[in-house]
Design a protein around this ligand. Structure first.
Ligand code: PAF
Length: 282
């Protein structure tokens, strides 16, 4: 059976409501399309836990800054649908921008998680996480899923969404999935396709740096500030421009200077015009 493509909010809500009335549990994977192996694993994960799986494909303008890559972000709907056929997804929700956001940006209702949204990626991309939480909230209201699956590459995004769901008592369970990587360790991302051959060869060094930092901490390095300074030099030497490289508490995101339980090393770097993010739990 070929996958159902739904473009209207009302149709998606009707289908989901019917499934719920029939007693089906719904799993949801929100995406911006240009699907790669990482997305497909999220779908497989969702399928293990529910009766019906919905994936959304929507390049959300609210989460892009004025000088970011919204226009050039890869839109590959036909190829995406092709990839989903073999996974027996029940519905692809792919609305167009005009029907999804019916109000001007300055008159819209937003959902915002303050604090966590303003640090790290949020500091470099003002308004980004407000765009994410607003679209995810709206998608949850439309799809009415029991579970939603997100990748851990966007660790800060996952943490913010968990907080939103908890604080607003949203009836959906959030499942985080390990980052899916290329053979050389580079975290899969739709933005990897922007990299030149030379940049693509450098890119895996980002994860190698995180692995090496984790190793040094496990070998009992106590001075995390010194460690970060040293590894920033390594990244610069490798050819990255650094947005941030930080070690934080994995739950609260508080900065930490000495090793503690549940740490996460988070980074965002630039290779030319391409921004890469990655993280590793310690
Ligand atoms: O992670 C993404 O691809 C996006 O931020 C999401 C969650 C689909 C919201 O647009």
């Amino acid at each position: 059976m070929s996958v159902q493509i739904i473009t209207s909010i009302e149709d998606m809500q009707t289908i989901s409501s019917r499934w719920r009335l029939d007693g089906f549990r719904i799993g949801f994977v929100p995406t911006m399309g240009n699907l790669h192996e990482g997305h497909l694993r999220l779908v497989e994960k969702a399928k293990q836990n529910v009766d019906k799986v919905v994936i959304s494909i929507f390049v959300n303008p609210l989460q892009f800054g004025p000088n970011e890559d919204f226009e050039k972000y890869p839109r590959t709907l036909d190829a995406d649908i092709e990839k989903l056929q073999s996974l027996s997804v029940d519905a692809v929700f792919a609305p167009d921008e005009k029907s999804f956001y019916r109000n001007d940006k300055d008159k819209m209702t937003y959902v915002e998680v303050p604090g966590l949204s303003d640090i790290l990626c949020g500091a470099s991309r003002p308004g980004h996480f407000r765009g994410v939480t607003t679209v995810v909230n709206k998608l949850f209201n439309i799809v009415q899923a029991d579970i939603a699956v997100f990748g851990s590459k966007d660790y800060q995004q996952l943490t913010i969404i968990r907080q939103m769901v908890e604080e607003l008592a949203m009836p959906v369970k959030i499942i985080g999935m390990d980052t899916v990587r290329e053979i050389d360790g580079l975290a899969m991302s739709s933005r990897n396709r922007y990299l030149s051959t030379e940049q693509r060869n450098i890119a895996p060094k980002l994860y190698q740096c995180l692995q090496s930092m984790r190793q040094v901490i496990r070998e009992d390095e106590q001075d995390l500030t010194k460690l970060v300074t040293e590894y920033k030099k390594v990244l610069l030497k490798d050819g990255f421009q650094i947005d941030y490289l930080e070690i934080r508490d994995a739950h609260s995101f508080q900065s930490i200077e000495e090793p503690s339980e549940n740490m996460v090393i988070l980074t965002a770097v630039w290779l030319g015009d391409t921004r890469l993010i990655d993280n590793i739990l310690v």
